[in-house]
Design a protein around this ligand. Structure first.
Ligand code: HEC
Length: 210
């Protein structure tokens, strides 16, 4: 056995004539992987000396949903706004923990424009050509949760979209906190009938539009 082992070593080591040769490579890609930068285009050399440009970010396969991502099926259009206003509902429970987390997010993403109490008197908000209206203005105080979510996701007027900055969960927590600023003593009972009636109206309208 020992003799056989020595012979094998001798044969493999003698087969290297070129001192600079890397020897046999079974999987060259593992030694010299094409290095692709994330979020960019990379230039890749081909074996024939030509170059290719590779886009490292690829579109997800149609119909797939990223893990942890909840699609919001309402478009950034006036019709999508109306549909979200009536049909989109907060999946989170209205409790102290969620509202408190909403308050923290509000302090990072909203307070500089909307002000600590939602009056629209934040340091930046006051400098805008049209400062944000108070959340408690008569035509704002009863905005629905779906409407609030749509505004946070897509923006409105001078307010930019926040969908790339906040997850859907975070946006719903902000909805809870904005509602808390609007109704510090507790949410009024929902007006179920009128909402249901309007819901039908919007659905009919959107059918006609198609
Ligand atoms: C750059 C300043 C700015 C930031 C940041 C901002 N907003 Fe706004 N927001 C505005 C302005 C201005 C309006 C009024 C838009 C309009 O009606 O033209 C507005 C409108 C709104 C409205 C609807 C009220 C209405 O006028 O219909 C809500 C709700 C709202 N913002 C919530 C938020 C929340 C929550 C955040 C934080 C995630 C936020 N905003 C961040 C400037 C801002």
């Amino acid at each position: 056995m020992a003799v056989f082992g020595c012979v094998t070593v001798a044969v493999t080591s003698c087969s290297k004539h070129d001192a600079n040769s890397p020897g046999v490579e079974y999987m060259p890609d593992m030694y010299r992987s094409p290095s692709l930068e994330t979020n960019s285009f990379s230039i890749v050399a081909n074996a024939d000396g030509s170059f290719d440009t590779i886009e490292t970010n690829r579109l997800p396969v149609a119909g797939t949903i990223a893990r942890g991502f909840m699609p919001f099926p309402y478009a950034n259009t006036p019709e999508g706004y109306e549909l979200a206003k009536l049909n989109a509902h907060n999946p989170l429970e209205r409790n102290d923990m969620n509202t408190k987390q909403g308050e923290e997010l509000y302090g990072k993403y909203c307070v500089h424009c909307h002000g600590a109490t939602g009056e629209g008197d934040g340091l930046v908000g006051g400098k805008l050509p049209g400062p944000p209206p108070p959340y408690t203005a008569p035509d704002k105080i009863n905005m629905t949760e779906g409407e609030l979510f749509h505004i946070i996701a897509y923006g409105k007027g001078l307010m930019g979209p926040h969908s790339s900055l906040l997850t859907a969960d975070e946006r719903w927590k902000l909805v809870l906190y904005v509602q808390h600023l609007q109704h510090p003593d507790g949410m009024p009972a929902p007006v179920a009938d009128s909402v249901a009636a309007k819901e039908v109206k919007v659905k009919e309208k959107s059918k006609k539009g198609k």
